[in-house]
Every structure is written in C-alpha cells, then in structure tokens.
Design a protein around this ligand. Structure first.
Ligand SMILES: N[C@@H](CCC(=O)N[C@@H](CS)C(=O)NCC(=O)O)C(=O)O
Length: 219
C-alpha cells in the first residue's frame, strides 16, 4: 500500500495528497514534520536524507520531492489522464510544474510565511507588499495561459493543475490585494468543484501562527 509521510497542512504534501485523492489510491498518511516532529530520526533519514516531507513508500519504492512524487503517481496510476499520454502534452504539463516550483512558488511561500507564519506584531509590511506584487506579476503569466485553456496544460485536468492549484487556494484565501484575474478565478472555481480538491487542497490555515498550530494539531 502507498504510504505518505507528511502533515496535511504542508504546502508540499498538499498537492501530493490531492493527486492521491484524484487517483483514488488506497493509502496511509503519517503526521510528521512541523509540530509533529519525527523527521530527525534514523528511521526517517533512511527514507529521505533531506529530512523533509512529503516522502512516500509505494510497495517498497521510496522517493521524495513533491513534484517528482506527483509525476510518479500520475504516470503509474493516471497514465493518459493526469499524466497526458502524448509526449508533447506531458511536456507542457511538466513545463508548468517547473514554472510553479521555480517562478511562482518562491514568492508564494515567502508571502505565506510573512503573513500566516509570522506574529502580526512582527510582520514586515514592505516585504509583504513586495512579495504580493511579485507574485501577482508571475500569476499574470498563468492568467494568460488560462485565457484559452480550461486547465493549466489544456482542456483536461493534469498533473500541472495538481502541482499549482493548492497554492491558488491559499492565494485567494489570504487577506491581500489581488489584481483582476478572471481566467485564474474561473479555473479556481472549476477546481473547487472537485471533491478531492475540497478534501485535500482546501486545508484551513488560520490567520496567524497560533491558529496555524491549532489547526495543524486538530487536522
Ligand atoms: N522541494 C521539496 C521541499 C520539501 C520541504 O521543504 N518540505 C517542508 C514542508 S512544506 C518540510 O519538510 N519542512 C520541515 C517540517 O515540516 O518540519 C519538495 O517539494 O518536496
């Protein structure tokens, strides 16, 4: 059976869990990382020398790195659907997964930490404004892609949506200024109608570190 190590509120575990949900995979998830700890022990280091979540063991096959896990699960269990069969279509999905990890994710996660994971009294308004603007600029690129595509890599949901979508739930839930993003908003509405997205990607995160930890432990 597929085993997944990682707390359900981790920005990197969430997309993997959404993939698991979309693919309908039987699985067991272990709460480790964050306030649960459990990463700095020999047994976990043997699975992932980086001591990070997510990490999976699929019937003896162990691997880590969220986007790589998503690719693996989609290729093995969603070949022809979440992992497009045609090489060029799969490459475009891959392209957007890379774009997210290298272009939009760094600003998104820094912004998230600057707001939700920082005590209100210690928040840096200048930094938040800079990150909000920079992230909006990146998302305008996705906005243009979604002008003529219902999903990130074309007409169907693929692993590209799985990789990016959960960050968009947080983006639209944060109390920040956002530009007009009609195509992105319409895509997000499509994702929100999916039960697996509701269950695994729309994980409440609170408004500050105290609420974050309560939700993490209660999840
Ligand atoms: N590039 C890795 C990053 C993994 C990562 O940094 N995971 C974070 C959680 S989002 C982690 O394990 N942090 C330590 C912790 O949760 O205690 C991936 O995409 O899987």
């Amino acid at each position: 059976m597929l085993e997944i190590w990682g707390r359900r509120n981790s920005s990197n575990v969430i997309p993997v869990m959404w993939a698991v949900g979309e693919l309908g995979l039987e699985h067991k998830r272990y709460d480790v990382g964050g306030s649960f700890g459990g990463l700095d022990v020999d047994a976990f280091r043997a699975l992932n020398p980086n001591r990070k979540v997510p990490t999976i063991n699929d019937d003896g096959f162990v691997m880590w790195e969220s986007n790589a896990i998503i690719r693996y699960l989609c290729a093995r269990y969603g070949d022809g659907s979440l992992a497009p069969h045609r090489a060029d279509r799969r490459a475009i999905a891959d392209q957007w997964m890379e774009w997210h990890k290298t272009t939009s994710y760094p600003d998104y996660i820094s912004l998230f930490w600057a707001i939700i994971r920082t005590e209100p009294a210690h928040r840096d308004a200048t930094k938040i404004e800079r990150l909000t603007g920079s992230l909006a600029n990146s998302l305008m690129v996705l906005e243009a892609q979604l002008e003529s595509n219902a999903y990130v890599a074309g007409d169907e949901l693929t692993m590209a949506d799985i990789s990016i979508g959960p960050a968009i739930y947080r983006y639209f839930t944060l109390d920040i200024q956002r530009p007009e993003l009609p195509n992105l908003t319409a895509w997000y509405e499509r994702l929100k109608r999916r039960p697996a997205f509701q269950q695994h990607a729309m994980v409440p995160f609170g408004r500050n570190p105290a609420e974050w930890y309560v939700l993490e432990r209660g999840a």
